[in-house]
Design a protein around this ligand. Structure first.
Ligand SMILES: C[S@@+](CC[C@H](N)C(=O)[O-])C[C@H]1O[C@@H](n2cnc3c(N)ncnc32)[C@H](O)[C@@H]1O
Length: 308
């Protein structure tokens, strides 16, 4: 049974929540306690810190203690609050989708940079509206990548695929809620089944890349609460990249760009898959922790083979 503090002031509740989550070894326990208190009280952070002595009604305190107990048992904070910020936008999340991670924002940065460089090379100004550009986000999950790109490239045509019907429902809801529903077509597809070859200027993906062998060592928040289809790339983890890269070579226009998120140890297995005659200008971008996180490349424009 939950113990409800007799002191129901915000300051006391927050302190008790922090202590409870710390004792349960919850990562980022202070932030988690804050977010759960904000969620239970339906208030914002400014209010929280400007009213430390305010007494919360008993049902709000009860709701907060229930959330703390669930968080202590391993339920991710985002599943309790139902949201996660990505690229300055608030995404709804559920157990049907991967919770968007901050490092995935590097994919958006690399894609925008490389598209701008392409423009400069063709003599156009680097300011991009995305006009005439066809993009697909493979494995869209919550829709975070496709929606962030729609925000930045107001004239691009954007598709987003996922093999999970339930994930696509979450992505469509997010696009509607954030005002991008008319900018993105969400399609249930295995990779790019159903599209025409040589269609896209940009193929972008944060694929499942965790090794099945590592499953037991994952935090309970991930292992027990995020969808398996979003996590595991195969026994080794990098297997999914093989089919993804083959498919991308077929579906990109000549000169089109591929931008992929990497697992913390994926680079040595994945980079060689791009070191073929089909790709050029391979780029590796590290995340803030110094981990090679984004692999990008350009589909080579086929040169006519000499006839002998
Ligand atoms: C790592 S999650 C990425 C979700 C989201 N793009 C993000 O960055 O937060 C991988 C996504 O790929 C989807 N997926 C797995 N296998 C797939 C396949 N064969 N074709 C299309 N999508 C697939 C999963 O359902 C999941 O939504």
């Amino acid at each position: 049974m939950n113990t409800v503090s007799t002191d129901r002031s915000i300051r006391a509740l927050l302190k008790q929540g922090i202590e409870q989550l710390r004792a349960a070894n919850v990562p980022s326990f202070t932030l988690a306690a804050e977010l759960l208190l904000l969620h239970a009280s339906a208030r914002d952070r400014v209010w929280l810190y400007s009213h430390p002595e305010e007494i919360l009604p008993e049902p709000v305190a009860e709701a907060y203690f229930t959330l703390l107990a669930r968080r202590s048992s391993g339920v991710p904070t985002q599943h309790l609050t139902g949201k996660q910020e990505f690229w300055g936008l608030e995404f709804g999340v559920s157990p049907d989708v991967l919770i968007p991670r901050p490092e995935t924002e590097h994919l958006i940065e690399v894609a925008l940079d490389r598209l701008a460089v392409r423009e400069i090379r063709t003599g156009r100004p680097p300011r991009l509206s995305g006009e005439g550009i066809l993009i697909v986000d493979i494995g869209t999950g919550s829709g975070c990548i496709a929606i962030a790109l729609a925000k930045e490239l107001s004239a691009a045509t954007i598709y987003a695929t996922d093999i999970s019907k339930a994930a696509l429902e979450v992505a469509r809801r997010n696009a509607t809620h954030l005002g991008f529903a008319d900018r993105i077509q969400f399609l249930e597809s295995n990779l790019l089944d159903g599209f025409s070859p040589h269609s896209f200027d940009l193929i972008i993906s944060n694929p499942p890349y965790i090794s099945r062998r590592e499953a037991a060592s994952l935090p309970v928040e991930v292992r027990g609460h995020e969808p398996e289809v979003a996590l595991y790339g195969g026994e080794e983890g990098y297997e999914f990249y093989g089919s993804l890269i083959l498919e991308a070579a077929n579906y990109l226009k000549p000169g089109g760009l591929l931008v992929l998120e990497l697992g913390y140890n994926s680079l040595p297995a994945v980079q060689p898959l791009l070191e073929t005659s089909e790709w050029l200008n391979i780029g590796v971008t590290k995340d803030l922790a110094g981990i090679p996180r984004v692999l990008s490349a350009e589909r080579r424009i086929a040169t006519a083979t000499a006839k002998g």
